[in-house]
Unconditional design. Structure first.
Length: 274
Protein backbone atom coordinates (compact mmCIF):
# COMPACT_ATOMS: atom_id res chain seq x y z
CA UNK A 1 0.00 0.00 0.00
CA UNK A 2 2.65 2.48 1.14
CA UNK A 3 4.88 1.56 -1.79
CA UNK A 4 1.93 2.12 -4.08
CA UNK A 5 1.30 5.57 -2.66
CA UNK A 6 4.95 6.49 -2.91
CA UNK A 7 4.89 5.41 -6.53
CA UNK A 8 1.79 7.48 -7.17
CA UNK A 9 3.36 10.50 -5.53
CA UNK A 10 6.59 10.02 -7.40
CA UNK A 11 4.49 10.22 -10.52
CA UNK A 12 2.65 13.34 -9.35
CA UNK A 13 5.79 15.10 -8.30
CA UNK A 14 7.90 13.99 -11.19
CA UNK A 15 7.85 17.45 -12.63
CA UNK A 16 8.78 19.30 -9.47
CA UNK A 17 11.21 17.04 -7.73
CA UNK A 18 11.92 14.06 -9.96
CA UNK A 19 14.14 11.42 -8.43
CA UNK A 20 14.74 13.42 -5.27
CA UNK A 21 11.53 12.00 -3.90
CA UNK A 22 12.62 8.39 -4.15
CA UNK A 23 15.90 9.32 -2.48
CA UNK A 24 14.32 10.73 0.66
CA UNK A 25 13.20 7.52 2.41
CA UNK A 26 16.57 5.95 1.59
CA UNK A 27 18.43 8.81 3.26
CA UNK A 28 16.35 8.54 6.37
CA UNK A 29 17.13 4.86 6.70
CA UNK A 30 20.86 5.53 6.42
CA UNK A 31 20.67 8.20 9.09
CA UNK A 32 18.87 6.13 11.71
CA UNK A 33 21.70 3.98 13.11
CA UNK A 34 24.04 6.98 13.52
CA UNK A 35 24.75 9.19 16.55
CA UNK A 36 21.70 11.25 15.78
CA UNK A 37 19.57 8.17 16.46
CA UNK A 38 21.53 7.15 19.59
CA UNK A 39 21.04 10.53 21.22
CA UNK A 40 17.39 10.41 20.48
CA UNK A 41 17.29 6.96 22.08
CA UNK A 42 18.93 8.33 25.24
CA UNK A 43 22.31 6.48 25.03
CA UNK A 44 24.95 8.14 27.22
CA UNK A 45 27.98 7.56 24.97
CA UNK A 46 28.29 9.60 21.80
CA UNK A 47 29.42 7.89 18.60
CA UNK A 48 33.09 8.23 17.51
CA UNK A 49 33.94 11.59 15.99
CA UNK A 50 34.45 10.35 12.43
CA UNK A 51 31.05 8.63 12.56
CA UNK A 52 29.52 11.84 13.82
CA UNK A 53 30.98 13.76 10.91
CA UNK A 54 29.48 11.30 8.47
CA UNK A 55 26.19 11.54 10.29
CA UNK A 56 26.11 15.33 10.23
CA UNK A 57 26.76 15.08 6.55
CA UNK A 58 23.83 12.76 6.14
CA UNK A 59 21.59 14.87 8.34
CA UNK A 60 22.49 17.95 6.29
CA UNK A 61 21.45 16.06 3.19
CA UNK A 62 18.13 15.28 4.83
CA UNK A 63 17.61 18.91 5.71
CA UNK A 64 18.32 19.85 2.13
CA UNK A 65 15.49 17.53 1.14
CA UNK A 66 12.98 19.29 3.37
CA UNK A 67 11.22 21.00 0.49
CA UNK A 68 10.83 17.67 -1.20
CA UNK A 69 9.47 16.19 2.02
CA UNK A 70 6.89 18.93 2.41
CA UNK A 71 5.68 18.26 -1.10
CA UNK A 72 5.63 14.51 -0.65
CA UNK A 73 3.87 14.56 2.73
CA UNK A 74 1.23 16.86 1.32
CA UNK A 75 0.85 14.58 -1.63
CA UNK A 76 0.77 11.38 0.43
CA UNK A 77 -1.93 12.79 2.68
CA UNK A 78 -4.01 13.88 -0.27
CA UNK A 79 -3.71 10.56 -2.04
CA UNK A 80 -4.11 8.46 1.13
CA UNK A 81 -7.15 10.46 2.20
CA UNK A 82 -8.79 9.88 -1.13
CA UNK A 83 -7.76 6.22 -1.36
CA UNK A 84 -9.16 5.43 2.11
CA UNK A 85 -12.38 7.37 1.73
CA UNK A 86 -15.53 5.29 1.74
CA UNK A 87 -17.49 5.75 -1.43
CA UNK A 88 -20.91 7.33 -1.84
CA UNK A 89 -24.18 5.66 -2.79
CA UNK A 90 -25.20 6.49 -6.36
CA UNK A 91 -28.84 5.51 -5.75
CA UNK A 92 -29.19 7.90 -2.82
CA UNK A 93 -27.23 10.47 -4.81
CA UNK A 94 -29.81 10.60 -7.62
CA UNK A 95 -32.40 12.34 -5.40
CA UNK A 96 -29.82 14.47 -3.66
CA UNK A 97 -28.60 15.70 -7.07
CA UNK A 98 -31.99 17.13 -8.09
CA UNK A 99 -30.88 20.75 -7.63
CA UNK A 100 -27.54 20.15 -9.34
CA UNK A 101 -29.29 18.62 -12.34
CA UNK A 102 -30.84 22.01 -13.09
CA UNK A 103 -27.51 23.21 -14.44
CA UNK A 104 -25.36 20.09 -14.81
CA UNK A 105 -28.06 17.97 -16.48
CA UNK A 106 -30.04 15.01 -15.12
CA UNK A 107 -27.27 12.64 -16.09
CA UNK A 108 -24.38 15.08 -15.63
CA UNK A 109 -24.32 16.05 -19.32
CA UNK A 110 -25.12 19.75 -19.17
CA UNK A 111 -26.30 21.53 -22.30
CA UNK A 112 -24.53 24.83 -21.57
CA UNK A 113 -20.77 25.24 -21.71
CA UNK A 114 -20.66 27.32 -18.51
CA UNK A 115 -21.72 24.24 -16.57
CA UNK A 116 -19.10 21.49 -16.71
CA UNK A 117 -19.99 17.93 -17.53
CA UNK A 118 -19.95 15.81 -14.39
CA UNK A 119 -20.93 12.54 -16.09
CA UNK A 120 -18.19 9.97 -15.63
CA UNK A 121 -16.06 12.33 -13.53
CA UNK A 122 -14.28 10.75 -10.55
CA UNK A 123 -16.46 10.77 -7.46
CA UNK A 124 -13.72 11.99 -5.16
CA UNK A 125 -12.80 14.82 -7.54
CA UNK A 126 -16.44 15.99 -7.48
CA UNK A 127 -16.45 15.81 -3.67
CA UNK A 128 -13.20 17.78 -3.50
CA UNK A 129 -14.57 20.52 -5.75
CA UNK A 130 -17.80 20.82 -3.77
CA UNK A 131 -15.82 21.09 -0.54
CA UNK A 132 -13.39 23.57 -2.09
CA UNK A 133 -16.32 25.76 -3.19
CA UNK A 134 -17.79 25.50 0.32
CA UNK A 135 -14.57 26.53 2.03
CA UNK A 136 -13.75 29.23 -0.51
CA UNK A 137 -10.58 27.39 -1.50
CA UNK A 138 -12.01 27.39 -5.03
CA UNK A 139 -13.38 30.87 -5.52
CA UNK A 140 -13.78 31.27 -9.27
CA UNK A 141 -17.57 31.08 -9.43
CA UNK A 142 -20.07 32.60 -7.02
CA UNK A 143 -23.08 30.77 -8.41
CA UNK A 144 -21.48 27.41 -7.83
CA UNK A 145 -20.28 28.48 -4.38
CA UNK A 146 -23.92 29.16 -3.49
CA UNK A 147 -24.93 25.74 -4.81
CA UNK A 148 -22.16 23.97 -2.91
CA UNK A 149 -23.39 25.63 0.29
CA UNK A 150 -26.64 23.66 -0.05
CA UNK A 151 -24.82 20.33 0.19
CA UNK A 152 -25.36 19.54 3.85
CA UNK A 153 -22.74 16.89 4.54
CA UNK A 154 -19.69 15.17 3.12
CA UNK A 155 -21.82 12.03 2.77
CA UNK A 156 -24.30 13.94 0.60
CA UNK A 157 -21.44 15.20 -1.56
CA UNK A 158 -20.15 11.63 -1.90
CA UNK A 159 -23.57 10.27 -2.84
CA UNK A 160 -24.06 13.02 -5.44
CA UNK A 161 -20.51 12.43 -6.70
CA UNK A 162 -21.15 8.68 -6.96
CA UNK A 163 -24.34 9.35 -8.92
CA UNK A 164 -22.77 11.62 -11.54
CA UNK A 165 -19.69 9.44 -11.70
CA UNK A 166 -21.84 6.42 -12.59
CA UNK A 167 -23.30 8.21 -15.63
CA UNK A 168 -21.87 7.98 -19.13
CA UNK A 169 -20.58 11.06 -20.88
CA UNK A 170 -22.63 12.17 -23.89
CA UNK A 171 -21.10 11.41 -27.27
CA UNK A 172 -21.61 14.85 -28.77
CA UNK A 173 -19.56 17.98 -28.10
CA UNK A 174 -21.50 21.23 -27.63
CA UNK A 175 -19.27 23.16 -29.98
CA UNK A 176 -17.94 22.32 -33.45
CA UNK A 177 -14.29 21.42 -33.43
CA UNK A 178 -11.65 22.94 -35.64
CA UNK A 179 -9.54 20.07 -37.02
CA UNK A 180 -6.34 22.09 -37.35
CA UNK A 181 -6.61 23.22 -33.77
CA UNK A 182 -7.37 19.67 -32.66
CA UNK A 183 -4.09 18.50 -34.21
CA UNK A 184 -2.14 21.30 -32.49
CA UNK A 185 -3.89 20.65 -29.21
CA UNK A 186 -3.15 16.93 -29.40
CA UNK A 187 0.53 17.70 -29.80
CA UNK A 188 0.58 19.97 -26.76
CA UNK A 189 -1.44 17.47 -24.74
CA UNK A 190 0.81 14.54 -25.54
CA UNK A 191 4.22 16.17 -25.89
CA UNK A 192 3.99 19.45 -24.00
CA UNK A 193 6.04 22.39 -25.22
CA UNK A 194 9.78 21.80 -24.64
CA UNK A 195 10.58 25.37 -25.72
CA UNK A 196 8.53 26.98 -22.96
CA UNK A 197 8.79 24.15 -20.44
CA UNK A 198 5.15 23.03 -20.58
CA UNK A 199 4.94 19.54 -19.14
CA UNK A 200 2.72 17.28 -21.26
CA UNK A 201 -0.82 17.08 -19.93
CA UNK A 202 -1.03 13.35 -20.67
CA UNK A 203 1.37 12.66 -17.79
CA UNK A 204 -1.25 13.67 -15.27
CA UNK A 205 -4.58 13.54 -17.09
CA UNK A 206 -4.01 10.22 -18.89
CA UNK A 207 -4.49 9.29 -22.54
CA UNK A 208 -7.12 11.51 -24.25
CA UNK A 209 -7.66 13.24 -20.91
CA UNK A 210 -9.62 10.27 -19.63
CA UNK A 211 -7.84 10.26 -16.28
CA UNK A 212 -5.37 7.77 -14.86
CA UNK A 213 -7.40 5.61 -12.51
CA UNK A 214 -9.99 5.88 -9.77
CA UNK A 215 -7.19 5.62 -7.21
CA UNK A 216 -5.38 8.62 -8.68
CA UNK A 217 -8.42 10.85 -8.87
CA UNK A 218 -6.48 13.98 -7.93
CA UNK A 219 -6.17 14.30 -11.70
CA UNK A 220 -9.63 14.94 -13.10
CA UNK A 221 -11.01 13.56 -16.33
CA UNK A 222 -10.94 16.42 -18.81
CA UNK A 223 -11.39 14.59 -22.14
CA UNK A 224 -14.88 15.34 -23.54
CA UNK A 225 -15.38 18.36 -21.28
CA UNK A 226 -16.97 21.48 -22.82
CA UNK A 227 -14.46 23.54 -24.79
CA UNK A 228 -15.44 26.90 -23.33
CA UNK A 229 -15.41 25.60 -19.75
CA UNK A 230 -11.89 24.24 -20.30
CA UNK A 231 -10.76 27.59 -21.68
CA UNK A 232 -12.21 29.40 -18.68
CA UNK A 233 -10.53 27.08 -16.17
CA UNK A 234 -7.13 27.27 -17.84
CA UNK A 235 -7.32 31.06 -17.87
CA UNK A 236 -8.53 31.10 -14.27
CA UNK A 237 -5.57 28.98 -13.16
CA UNK A 238 -3.20 31.17 -15.16
CA UNK A 239 -4.56 34.38 -13.61
CA UNK A 240 -4.70 32.91 -10.10
CA UNK A 241 -8.50 33.16 -9.93
CA UNK A 242 -8.62 29.40 -9.38
CA UNK A 243 -5.96 28.22 -6.96
CA UNK A 244 -7.29 25.01 -5.44
CA UNK A 245 -4.93 22.70 -7.30
CA UNK A 246 -2.77 20.52 -5.02
CA UNK A 247 0.79 21.86 -4.73
CA UNK A 248 0.00 24.48 -7.40
CA UNK A 249 0.53 21.80 -10.05
CA UNK A 250 -1.98 23.12 -12.53
CA UNK A 251 -1.17 26.78 -11.97
CA UNK A 252 2.51 26.17 -12.71
CA UNK A 253 1.53 24.72 -16.07
CA UNK A 254 -1.19 27.21 -16.94
CA UNK A 255 1.26 30.09 -16.40
CA UNK A 256 3.38 28.75 -19.24
CA UNK A 257 0.69 28.37 -21.87
CA UNK A 258 -0.47 30.97 -24.37
CA UNK A 259 -4.03 31.86 -25.40
CA UNK A 260 -3.46 30.04 -28.70
CA UNK A 261 -2.31 26.90 -26.92
CA UNK A 262 -5.32 27.06 -24.59
CA UNK A 263 -7.64 27.34 -27.59
CA UNK A 264 -5.93 24.40 -29.33
CA UNK A 265 -5.85 22.06 -26.35
CA UNK A 266 -9.46 22.90 -25.41
CA UNK A 267 -10.56 22.07 -28.98
CA UNK A 268 -8.68 18.77 -28.80
CA UNK A 269 -10.05 17.83 -25.38
CA UNK A 270 -13.66 18.70 -26.19
CA UNK A 271 -13.46 16.19 -29.04
CA UNK A 272 -12.22 13.31 -26.83
CA UNK A 273 -15.64 11.81 -26.29
CA UNK A 274 -16.25 8.28 -24.98
C1 LIG B 1 -27.17 27.50 -11.12
C2 LIG B 1 -26.32 26.56 -11.82
C3 LIG B 1 -25.62 25.49 -11.00
C4 LIG B 1 -26.19 24.58 -10.15
C5 LIG B 1 -27.66 24.43 -9.78
C6 LIG B 1 -25.11 23.73 -9.69
N1 LIG B 1 -23.92 24.12 -10.26
FE1 LIG B 1 -22.15 23.15 -10.11
N2 LIG B 1 -21.26 24.51 -11.31
C7 LIG B 1 -21.92 25.59 -11.87
C8 LIG B 1 -20.94 26.37 -12.60
C9 LIG B 1 -21.21 27.67 -13.35
C10 LIG B 1 -19.71 25.70 -12.48
C11 LIG B 1 -18.39 26.12 -13.12
C12 LIG B 1 -17.63 27.00 -12.16
C13 LIG B 1 -16.45 27.66 -12.86
O1 LIG B 1 -16.69 28.56 -13.65
O2 LIG B 1 -15.34 27.24 -12.61
C14 LIG B 1 -19.96 24.54 -11.67
C15 LIG B 1 -18.96 23.63 -11.32
C16 LIG B 1 -19.19 22.51 -10.56
C17 LIG B 1 -18.18 21.53 -10.23
C18 LIG B 1 -16.74 21.54 -10.66
C19 LIG B 1 -16.56 20.60 -11.83
C20 LIG B 1 -15.16 20.50 -12.32
O3 LIG B 1 -14.98 19.85 -13.36
O4 LIG B 1 -14.25 21.05 -11.70
C21 LIG B 1 -18.79 20.58 -9.47
C22 LIG B 1 -18.17 19.34 -8.89
C23 LIG B 1 -20.16 20.97 -9.30
N3 LIG B 1 -20.38 22.15 -9.99
C24 LIG B 1 -21.08 20.28 -8.56
C25 LIG B 1 -22.39 20.70 -8.33
C26 LIG B 1 -23.30 20.06 -7.40
C27 LIG B 1 -22.94 18.86 -6.57
C28 LIG B 1 -24.47 20.75 -7.45
C29 LIG B 1 -25.73 20.51 -6.65
C30 LIG B 1 -25.60 20.61 -5.23
C31 LIG B 1 -24.28 21.83 -8.41
N4 LIG B 1 -23.01 21.78 -8.91
C32 LIG B 1 -25.26 22.73 -8.78
C33 LIG B 1 -23.25 25.88 -11.79
C34 LIG B 1 -24.18 25.19 -11.06
C1 LIG C 1 1.56 17.74 -12.87
C2 LIG C 1 0.23 17.25 -13.15
C3 LIG C 1 -0.62 18.00 -14.15
C4 LIG C 1 -0.31 18.30 -15.45
C5 LIG C 1 0.98 17.99 -16.21
C6 LIG C 1 -1.46 18.95 -16.00
N1 LIG C 1 -2.44 19.03 -15.07
FE1 LIG C 1 -4.31 19.79 -15.33
N2 LIG C 1 -4.77 19.40 -13.40
C7 LIG C 1 -3.94 18.81 -12.49
C8 LIG C 1 -4.63 18.69 -11.23
C9 LIG C 1 -4.08 18.07 -9.96
C10 LIG C 1 -5.91 19.25 -11.40
C11 LIG C 1 -7.05 19.32 -10.38
C12 LIG C 1 -7.04 20.58 -9.58
C13 LIG C 1 -8.05 20.54 -8.47
O1 LIG C 1 -7.98 19.66 -7.60
O2 LIG C 1 -8.93 21.37 -8.45
C14 LIG C 1 -5.96 19.69 -12.79
C15 LIG C 1 -7.06 20.32 -13.35
C16 LIG C 1 -7.15 20.69 -14.68
C17 LIG C 1 -8.30 21.33 -15.28
C18 LIG C 1 -9.61 21.67 -14.60
C19 LIG C 1 -10.57 20.53 -14.78
C20 LIG C 1 -11.95 20.80 -14.29
O3 LIG C 1 -12.78 19.89 -14.46
O4 LIG C 1 -12.23 21.87 -13.77
C21 LIG C 1 -7.99 21.52 -16.59
C22 LIG C 1 -8.89 22.14 -17.64
C23 LIG C 1 -6.65 21.03 -16.81
N3 LIG C 1 -6.16 20.53 -15.62
C24 LIG C 1 -6.01 21.05 -18.03
C25 LIG C 1 -4.68 20.68 -18.23
C26 LIG C 1 -3.98 20.84 -19.47
C27 LIG C 1 -4.58 21.38 -20.75
C28 LIG C 1 -2.70 20.41 -19.26
C29 LIG C 1 -1.52 20.44 -20.22
C30 LIG C 1 -1.22 21.71 -20.85
C31 LIG C 1 -2.62 19.95 -17.88
N4 LIG C 1 -3.84 20.13 -17.29
C32 LIG C 1 -1.51 19.42 -17.30
C33 LIG C 1 -2.67 18.36 -12.72
C34 LIG C 1 -1.97 18.47 -13.91
Amino acid sequence: MVTGLVAVCANILHQNVGRELIAVPVRIRIARPCAYGKHAGGAAVAAPVENNKGCIDKIMKIISAVTTMVFSVFCLLAVAGIAHAKGGDAKLGKDKAALCAGCHGDDGNSMVADFPRLAGQYESYIVKQVRDFQSGHRANNETMAGMAATVASVQDAKDIGAYFSSKKMAKQPLTDVDKKLVAKGKKLFEKGNPLTGVYACINCHGARGKGKSKDISVFPRIGGQHRDYLIKELKDFRAGRRANDPAGMMTAIARKITDKEIMAVANYLSAQLP
